[in-house]
Design a protein. Structure first.
Length: 170
């Protein structure tokens, strides 16, 4: 797994990110979950945690539905995957999320030992993986996932922009 992680970091350092067909398929599933969250009145964020092509956990935001401030898509997907695998460590997995994780979610991703994070679009207001802060900066967490971004960025950003424009009555 270390060689995969190093290859991912190497691609990022070169400024080129190459996504597989599986990456795109799983991010599209996350976008579908984000759309369902929006239909339920939540901010349209979706997340899928997978090992290869096997989905271990998947969810959209449920904060409004559940009244739970921690019911972010990432947290819910991590919880499902932990139940599926029977433990809190989630090795050999990738978490796909439509928006850059916040500090709570970035911390949970590190604590769950998720080795790879792929997010669609940056969050300049609350992103904790380079947006507002970088929780994964050298030495900040005990585990640092490889991070890739930009996969289906246009679709994810448009969904979020449309949701908030509708909320503002535009």
């Amino acid at each position: 797994m270390a060689s995969v992680r190093n290859a991912v970091r190497h691609r990022i350092l070169l400024g080129v990110t190459v996504f597989s067909a599986t990456d795109e398929t799983l991010m599209r599933q996350a976008l579908d979950l984000a759309s369902a969250a929006a239909e339920a009145g939540d901010v349209p964020i979706g997340s899928v945690l997978a090992r290869g092509e096997e989905v271990l956990g998947a969810a959209g935001n449920e904060r409004e539905q559940s009244g739970d401030p921690t019911a972010h898509a990432e947290i819910l997907a991590l919880r499902q995957a932990s139940v599926t695998l029977g433990g809190w460590r989630l090795p050999d997995t990738t978490l796909y999320v439509t928006l850059e994780p916040c500090a709570m979610c970035a911390g949970a991703i590190a604590l769950a030992r998720v080795p790879r994070l792929v997010f669609a679009t940056a969050d300049p207001k609350a992103g904790a993986v380079g947006g507002v802060m970088n929780l994964y900066a050298e030495g900040m967490t005990n585990h640092t996932p490889a991070v890739e971004s930009g996969l289906l960025q246009v679709e994810a950003a448009a969904m979020l922009s449309g949701f908030f424009a509708e909320r503002r009555g535009e």
